[in-house]
Design a protein around this ligand. Structure first.
Ligand code: MN
Length: 407
C-alpha cells in the first residue's frame, strides 16, 4: 500500500490505493470542482495541481471530469502517479493540506456529462432467472445470449447522482389476466444492482475498438442502480426491448474508481461455452473479469451480496461488441454491466429475483415484507474489490429513495 502522511484510519474508506475521482462543492463555495477522495478527505485536485504547477492542471480545473476523461490514458496515469506522490511525500504536506476538504461536509454531483448510455444484460444467473420468471414455458436464455453481450440504449438525460429522489413512474401495465391495459403508478418498482464504466478516449465512426484496447478507452468504474418498473416493462418490451420501464431514472455513485486501481481485482471470467467469435475473445493473457463484491441494502437491511466476478461477459467484451459495427465512442459514454446476480438467491441484484416474480416476499427486520419497492423505501448499493497488498478498493455508495408518483 502506498504510504501517506495523511491521518487515515486503517479501515477507512478510500485508502491511498483507491483514489477515486468525483465532482464536489462545499457549503461555502457552490462552484463545482474535481476532487479525489482520500480517507475522510476530498482533495481539490485542480487547486492542488495549479498550486504545484502540474502539467495536467488544465485537465482537472473544470467543473466536471470531462476534460480529464478526454485527455486519455497517458494523462490518467500521470495524474494518478502525481497524486500518489503528493500524498506520500511528507515534504508536500504544506502544499497539499490547504486543498483538503472534510469529505463528510461536501456535496457530490454527477461526475461527468453523460454521452450515450447503454445497459447490458451480462449475468448468466440474472438472465436465466428473468427468463424463468417472465417466460416459464421457454428456454431461460435466448438463443443469442452466449454469442453476444445483449444490450439496449437507455436514456442518458435521466442519469442522476446518488441521493437524488426517484419519483415512482406512471404508465401502462397489463397482466395476462387483465382484459385491457391499466394506467397508473407502477406497482412493481424494482432495482438493478450493476457496475458502470465510463469512456474517456473517443473513437472514430467506422472504427472498431478491440477487447485489447479496453483500458485505452475506458477511464473507470462506478456503481449503478438501474431502477426498473417491472409491470410497465413486461407489457411494453416485446419486441423492441426496455423503454419507459427503465428510462425514468438511473442512479450512479459519485466516485469513479480508475481502472488503474482495479489491477489487483482482475480475475479470469467464467469459461465460455460455446467459444465466442474472434472479436469477442479475451485478449491473450489479459482478461477483464473483475472481483467486485456488491452489497444491496433496503432501508439499511442487507438484502443480497451480488458477485461481479461471475459475469459472463466482461466490460472489455461489451466495449468491443458495442463498437463492432463501427459505432463511435464519445467522451462520457457510459455503459452498465446488467444486473449482477450470483447463483444463490441471496446473491441476486434485483427484487424481481429476490421475491421470485413477487411470489416469495422478502421479510425485513421491522416485520414488514416486500415484493417490490414501497414509497419511502431507500435502496443503497455498495461495493469493494481487492487492492494491492491486501488493501481494499471501495466504490462508495449509490443510494436513492422512492417518492410517490405525481398525479
Ligand atoms: Mn439493467
Amino acid at each position: 500500500m502506498p504510504d501517506t502522511w495523511l491521518d487515515i484510519a486503517p479501515d477507512a474508506r478510500f485508502g491511498p490505493s483507491c483514489l477515486p475521482y468525483g465532482v464536489f462543492s462545499t457549503p461555502d463555495r457552490s462552484e463545482r470542482r474535481v476532487g479525489v477522495a482520500i480517507g475522510g478527505h476530498v482533495l481539490d485536485l485542480g487547486a492542488a495541481a495549479r498550486a504545484l504547477g502540474a502539467p495536467f492542471a488544465g485537465a482537472v480545473s473544470g467543473a466536471s471530469l470531462d476534460p480529464l476523461l478526454a485527455a486519455g490514458r497517458p494523462v490518467w496515469e500521470q495524474v494518478r502517479a502525481a497524486v500518489q506522490e503528493w500524498l506520500a511525500d511528507p515534504a508536500r504536506e504544506g502544499d497539499i493540506r490547504p486543498h483538503l476538504a472534510d469529505r463528510a461536509g461536501v456535496m457530490l454531483h454527477l461526475p461527468f456529462t453523460v454521452g450515450d448510455y447503454v445497459d447490458f444484460y451480462s449475468s448468466e444467473h440474472h438472465a436465466s432467472n428473468v427468463g424463468r420468471i417472465f417466460r416459464p414455458e421457454q428456454e431461460p436464455l435466448t438463443p443469442n445470449w452466449k454469442h453476444l453481450p445483449i444490450g439496449y440504449h437507455g436514456r442518458a438525460g435521466t442519469v442522476v447522482p446518488s441521493g437524488t429522489p426517484v419519483v415512482r413512474p406512471v404508465g401502462q401495465r397489463k397482466r395476462p389476466s387483465d382484459a385491457a391495459p391499466l394506467f397508473g403508478p407502477s406497482a412493481r418498482l424494482d432495482i438493478e444492482a450493476e457496475v458502470g464504466f465510463v469512456v474517456g478516449a473517443p473513437s472514430a465512426q467506422g472504427e472498431r475498438v478491440p477487447v485489447a484496447s479496453f483500458a485505452d478507452h475506458v477511464f473507470g468504474a462506478f456503481l449503478v442502480n438501474d431502477w426498473s418498473a417491472r409491470d410497465l416493462q413486461a407489457w411494453e418490451y416485446v419486441p423492441l426491448g426496455p423503454f419507459l420501464g427503465k428510462s425514468f431514472a438511473t442512479s450512479v455513485s459519485p466516485w469513479v474508481v480508475p481502472l488503474q486501481a482495479l489491477q489487483a481485482a482482475r480475475t479470469a471470467p467464467p469459461a465460455r461455452d460455446p467459444e465466442p467469435l474472434e472479436y469477442l475473445r479475451d485478449a491473450e493473457g489479459d482478461p477483464w473479469g473483475l472481483d467486485i463484491s456488491l452489497e444491496v441494502r433496503l432501508n439499511g437491511h442487507l438484502l443480497s451480496r451480488p458477485p461481479f466476478s461471475g459475469m459472463y461477459w466482461t466490460p472489455a467484451q461489451q466495449l468491443a461488441h458495442m463498437t463492432v459495427n463501427g459505432a463511435s465512442l464519445r467522451t462520457g459514454d457510459f455503459y452498465a454491466s446488467g444486473t449482477v446476480s450470483g447463483p444463490g438467491r441471496e446473491q441476486c441484484g434485483s427484487l424481481l429475483e429476490l421475491s421470485w416474480g413477487g411470489k416469495e416476499p422478502v421479510r425485513l427486520p421491522d416485520g414488514t415484507e416486500r415484493t417490490f419497492l414501497e414509497d419511502g423505501d431507500t435502496v443503497a448499493i455498495t461495493a469493494t474489490a481487492p487492492g494491492p497488498d491486501g488493501a481494499v478498493i471501495d466504490f462508495g455508495e449509490v443510494s436513492g429513495t422512492v417518492v410517490p408518483a405525481r398525479g
